[in-house]
Unconditional design. Structure first.
Length: 144
């Protein structure tokens, strides 16, 4: 439990770092939800193991959903129903943003997330959201 709390706090710091950098960029995300339809938009969302711990800590176990298709299961009528707890990639990506700046911020975030793994002695795993969701059990536990 102590390790879990450390991971949650450390991921919150990474997310605050990301949010502060994204706030400095232009144009800002228009919250249109298009990027949440991964198949239509032509991309995949990757998440790191510490992010799964953070996510499972903050959402109710009943909210864990499979992702059978290409649409994020938390996109409800075009809006993110887990917005405060969204993953790093969701915070960074903006469909009208500077791709190079997003890539640099993604690399910085991944380095910070890897550091959390090293400090917490958990294996580094970076996986597609569909696969990652299978790691969160209905009890809210994350298998790493």
């Amino acid at each position: 439990m102590e390790t879990e709390r450390h991971i949650v706090a450390a991921v919150a710091e990474v997310y605050a770092f990301i949010d502060s950098r994204v706030a400095e960029t232009d144009p800002a995300c228009k919250v249109c939800g298009k990027c949440c339809d991964f198949d239509t938009y032509g991309h995949r969302l990757f998440v790191a193991a510490p992010e799964l711990v953070y996510f499972a800590f903050h959402i109710s176990p009943d909210s864990v959903k499979p992702m059978p298709g290409g649409l994020c299961p938390w996109n409800i009528k075009g809006l993110c129903s887990v917005h405060p707890h969204r993953f790093a990639a969701c915070r960074i990506f903006c469909c009208t943003g500077d791709v190079d700046a997003q890539n640099r911020l993604s690399e910085a975030a991944v380095a910070k997330l890897k550091s959390i793994c090293e400090q917490s002695n958990i294996p580094w795993q970076y996986m597609d959201l569909k696969a990652a969701l299978s790691r969160i059990s209905r009890s809210g536990e994350v298998s790493t």
